[in-house]
Design a protein around this ligand. Structure first.
Ligand code: IMP
Length: 197
């Protein structure tokens, strides 16, 4: 079985990725574990392009196996789908999410429930050892809340309310979030696409 090298340095993501891919790919390494250093300008116009840019850079740096990378973001419909692919850079990369989340809530002041729709989107790209490339995308639909809720997750999770669950994604356990999240769904989709090859 081919090993997978995932283009991320984020340990939280690696835990999630390993648990989802484990049944098919027992060996999933981070770039660091694979001894690979690669930098890529994420200047694509879509989540898929950015994920592919990252995966290609790691493959070009000599990764031995299937290289995967992800790109994700939050789309707020009332704000013309901002911050979208710029979610990490919104208000500056080093600005705390307490401030980013308060800003988004502020920009939705007075906006009624039904217009607060939003989604987390995730694309996963793969570059295979023979050079073939794949990309998939998945989303989770929700609404922007009126205040931060929950201590779990990261980023925009405390303001992302999922009506069907009656909770924000920051109020879910890691396992619960993996079952419904954009990243969990996209990873499972990628696993299925790879099986078809
Ligand atoms: P990246 O795909 O790692 O570059 O992440 C993009 C940005 O989107 C993150 O820095 C967060 O701001 C946001 N984001 C993506 N996925 C999630 C999530 O599951 N919860 C909260 N914020 C997220």
């Amino acid at each position: 079985m081919e090993r997978v090298i995932f283009a991320t340095g984020n340990e939280g993501k690696m835990r999630e990725i390993r648990s989802i891919l484990a049944d098919t790919y027992p060996e999933v390494l981070s770039m660091k574990e694979a001894g690979i250093r690669a930098e890529a300008a994420e200047d694509g116009k879509t989540y898929e392009e950015n994920a592919l840019i990252k995966a290609r850079a790691v493959a070009a740096a000599g990764a031995d196996g299937i290289v995967m990378a992800d790109d994700s973001g939050l789309e707020v419909d009332f704000l013309n789908r901002e911050p979208g692919i710029y979610s990490a850079r919104y208000m500056g990369e080093d600005t705390s999410y307490r401030i980013k989340n308060a800003n988004l809530i502020g920009r939705l002041e007075g906006v009624p429930e039904e217009k607060r729709t939003a989604r987390f989107v995730c694309a996963i790209a793969a570059v295979l050892p023979d050079g073939r490339e794949l990309a998939v995308r998945a989303a989770i639909e929700g609404r922007i809340g009126y205040e931060e809720k929950g201590e779990g997750g990261f980023g925009y999770d405390p303001i992302f309310y999922v009506p069907e669950l009656g909770k924000t994604t920051a109020e879910l356990t890691e396992e619960e979030k993996n079952l419904v999240s954009h990243r969990g769904k996209a990873l499972r989709l990628m696993k299925e696409e790879l099986k078809k090859l």
